[in-house]
Design a protein around this ligand. Sequence first.
Ligand SMILES: Cc1cc2nc3c(=O)[nH]c(=O)nc-3n(C[C@H](O)[C@H](O)[C@H](O)COP(=O)(O)O)c2cc1C
Length: 199
Amino acid sequence: MQPLKIVAIYGSPRRKGNTALLLKEAVKGAQDFGANVEEIVLRDLNISPCLEIYGCKESGECRIKDDFQTVRDKILASHGLMIASPVFFYAVSAHLKILMDRFQSLWVKKYWVDNIPGEPQKFIRKGLLISVGATKGKKLFDGILLTLRYFFDVLDMELWRTLLYRGLDFEGDILKHPDYLDEAYAAGKGFVEALGDLC
Ligand SMILES: Cc1cc2nc3c(=O)[nH]c(=O)nc-3n(C[C@H](O)[C@H](O)[C@H](O)COP(=O)(O)O)c2cc1C
């Protein structure tokens, strides 16, 4: 059996913020159960927003050369993706949205260059979403979930599970909820089990 590869994307600008601590627990859970996890902190990388020049129309390769290519290759070589983002104005963080938009080059490769038929889709990866917002509204995560659904589509990725927590605002708020951190650890372990189906 090939080793399970997971990529964990830290999407918050806060290094020790609420989503970062939750993701760290999920990563620990996955590592303790044998997965090989590559952690990527988006705020440390140099990734330009999509410039919509459609240089990718030629071959599906993005013309902007920066850290995107390395992140893309790691994600495409993985079985599972853990993504953590705070809710920022009912959407994902800007760091994460910039990364997502650059994957338009992969969408172009699949549907324009390689002409892959849209349906039926075969999932070859699974994803775990972790998100946190300060408020408590019913629709707090609706924007993120919709964006993620279409982002995962381009990666042939099934949304395996979400961990969504309301009412957390200041750095360290998550530490008042050890049960949430335990859930994240358990999700990391469960993720490894679920990914076993793909190997
Ligand atoms: C730019 C910005 C926009 C935000 N927008 C929202 C929002 O729309 N709804 C909400 O409930 N919280 C919002 N928040 C609060 C964050 O979601 C909250 O502080 C969260 O705990 C941050 O997670 P982190 O510590 O992982 O960065 C916003 C915070 C910032 C800085």
